[in-house]
Design a protein around this ligand. Structure first.
Ligand SMILES: NC(=O)c1ccc[n+]([C@@H]2O[C@H](COP(=O)([O-])OP(=O)(O)OC[C@H]3O[C@@H](n4cnc5c(N)ncnc54)[C@H](O)[C@@H]3O)[C@@H](O)[C@H]2O)c1
Ligand SMILES: O=C(O)C[C@H](O)C(=O)O
Ligand SMILES: [Mg+2]
Length: 551
């Protein structure tokens, strides 16, 4: 499945990371491809190369240096890079992805080495098409495009052109977790400028040196991107990553029904959180329809989570307004009330009637998390606020005073933004809390029990979702497909025993992604959006997974 028509020769082959085998080229291949004299005479196997690359990685002084070292390998030899990643997923996911990717994004212009992917500039919308044409790929050659405008990278805010590394990191996970063909997936940076003054003042910054474009200019640029990709690569799934709260949902509303697309922060995160809560409900014995959910940080992720938990409560027997009434959302202004100023349109549904929180004498004062937890007695507390330490000992203890198995999900990434460390949450609740976090964390030892903390990161959802979409050739992505992904993942967790994690372990990501993909493809067919015949979905999913091996 060579994505590019002509096989390069000589040095050009060594520089083609997708085809380069380095010292694994055999003597015969070296002669055939014009490589004579360009490599040391020894021939190594892929396994031997992987051993050497692993050694080189171990010699790096810190995680950022490991990220740089791995990206250099990525630029030289993609098969070897993905082999290493697949073999050491648990150790390397935190390096190519969360949390180290955040550091790599901040340092992008200073660690700059080699461009990867497609850079689009709002200042030159006429270049959008030629930029994609320059890939030299045909209409059937692209399965997936991941794009960001970098306005809300993880929880670290606006990082301008450095955001390219989140598109690159997400794609690395797609391949490692779900075998998405790296030559058929394109990372994109939509450079609309940045409002990050430090970047604008940095003489070495390599992005557009002006404030963020907004309004019509922004929309026309994004439309040029979507239209061009649809025109040139009609099979491609469009993944939106780390857009700001003002644009993420708006873009999904604009394109979700017309294009095969999803917003990972809203929908992928909604699904992974649903998986956690479904399993927490199994462990605690409290059904979905009886959960009381507090969401702290009602932005792109927070409201996406509220939506999927609401729909799950409806499936469990509630009316829609009854389900909405069991969800309390807080943002910068405190608890969202109908009278709250500056409500975003997608927050409005969850804004509580003022009467609930005031005696009617004048405007209610801002209502903070402590008060909400105290009055609501939530069974589930979700953190998507980027506020480190917001889940204080007081808040967690107050929740645990009323609920036998409080579900506490501090999901903000990277670690410097997390609402509470799971270790503390477990200590404050004597191990009763059911906890998961967005970043990978070691098990917590408490009173003789080892508590394995699940990583509730959308990385457990989107690779399998993407693979299911590709296999089924879905024309668009339905809510049911996210539900199917969440349920399939939840079913894979081994919940027995104190301290068992709420989700399958990241080590098993390849297998769990295949299961998710199968469920998603089946649901696509059920929802009438599949365009490929699915006679043997399980096998089709396996067959579609690219393996890191030399051709
Ligand atoms: N674990 C996962 O899979 C996952 C997925 C997506 C996002 N996230 C994390 O969730 C966080 C939010 O991401 P997002 O994309 O929704 O960003 P966002 O900017 O859209 O949302 C953040 C929200 O938090 C609110 N907020 C800020 N300060 C607050 C405060 N003091 N009190 C209450 N609310 C406050 C903001 O106003 C905003 O509405 C990030 O840290 C991100 O890494 C995690
Ligand atoms: O990128 C991640 O690690 C998860 C999520 O998409 C986020 O924005 O934090
Ligand atoms: Mg994200």
């Amino acid at each position: 499945m060579a994505p590019r028509p002509d096989v390069p020769h000589g040095r050009a082959l060594l520089a083609d990371a997708l085809r380069n085998k380095g010292v694994a080229f055999t003597r015969e291949e070296r002669q055939r491809h014009g490589l004579v004299g360009m490599l040391p005479p020894g021939v190594l196997s892929l396994d031997q190369q992987a051993r050497r690359a692993w050694e080189q990685l171990q010699a790096q002084p810190d995680d950022l240096a490991k990220n740089v070292c791995l990206e250099q390998l990525h630029d030289r030899n993609e098969v070897l890079y993905h082999r290493l990643l697949t073999e050491h997923l648990k150790e390397l996911l935190p390096i190519v992805y969360d949390p180290t990717v955040g550091e790599a994004i901040k340092r992008y212009s200073h660690e700059y080495r080699r461009p990867r992917g497609v850079y689009l500039s709002v200042d030159h919308p006429q270049d959008v098409r030629p930029a994609f044409e320059a890939l030299g790929l045909g209409p059937d050659d692209v399965d997936l495009v991941v794009a960001t405008d970098a306005q809300q990278i993880l929880g670290i805010g606006d990082w301008g052109v450095g955001g390219m590394q989140i598109s690159v990191g997400k794609l690395a996970v797609y391949t490692a977790a779900a075998g998405i063909h790296p030559g058929r997936a394109v990372p994109v940076m939509l450079d609309v400028g940045t409002d990050n003054q430090a970047l604008l003042n940095d003489p070495l910054y390599v992005g557009n040196r002006h404030s963020r474009a907004r309004g019509k200019e922004y929309d026309a640029f994004v439309a040029a991107y979507v239209d061009t990709v649809r025109d040139l690569f009609p099979r491609a799934l469009l993944h939106w990553e780390d857009f700001g709260p003002g644009n993420g949902r708006r873009l999904l509303d604009a394109y979700g029904e017309k294009v095969c697309t999803f917003n990972d922060d809203m929908q992928g995160t909604g699904a992974i959180t649903l998986s956690c809560v479904l399993n927490a409900a199994r462990v605690s014995g409290t059904p979905m329809r009886e959960q009381r959910v507090v969401v702290f940080g009602a932005g792109t992720a927070g409201v996406g989570i509220a939506d999927q938990l609401r729909d799950a409560m409806v499936r469990d027997g509630l009316e829609r307004d009854e389900a909405v009434a069991r969800i309390w959302c807080l943002d910068r202004q405190g608890l969202l009330l109908r009278s709250t100023e500056g409500l975003r349109d997608y927050q409005r549904l969850y804004a509580r009637p003022d009467e609930e929180w005031s005696d009617g004498s004048g405007k209610p004062k801002p209502i903070g998390l402590e008060e909400v937890v105290d009055r609501v007695r939530p069974t589930v507390l979700v953190g998507t606020s980027t506020v480190h330490g917001a889940f204080t000992e007081e808040v967690v203890r107050s929740m645990a005073a009323h609920v036998e198995r409080p579900v506490v999900l501090p999901l903000s990434n990277p670690t410097e933004k997390i609402e509470a460390m799971p270790e503390d949450v477990l200590r404050w609740t004597d191990g009763r809390a059911l906890v998961a976090a967005g970043v990978p964390l070691p098990p917590v030892e408490l009173n003789g029990t080892s508590y394995v903390v699940a990583q509730a990161n959308n990385a457990l959802i989107y690779p399998g979702l993407g693979l299911g979409v590709i296999v089924s050739r879905a024309s668009r992505i339905t809510d049911g497909m996210f539900q199917a992904a969440a349920e399939a993942l939840a079913d894979l967790a081994e919940l027995s025993g104190t301290g068992a994690p709420l989700l399958p372990q990241v080590e098993n990501l390849r297998a769990s992604s295949a299961t998710v993909a199968t469920a998603v493809a089946r649901r696509a067919a059920g929802d009438g959006v599949a365009r490929a015949p699915l006679d043997d979905v399980v096998q089709q999913v396996q067959d579609a997974m690219w393996q890191p091996e030399y051709a």
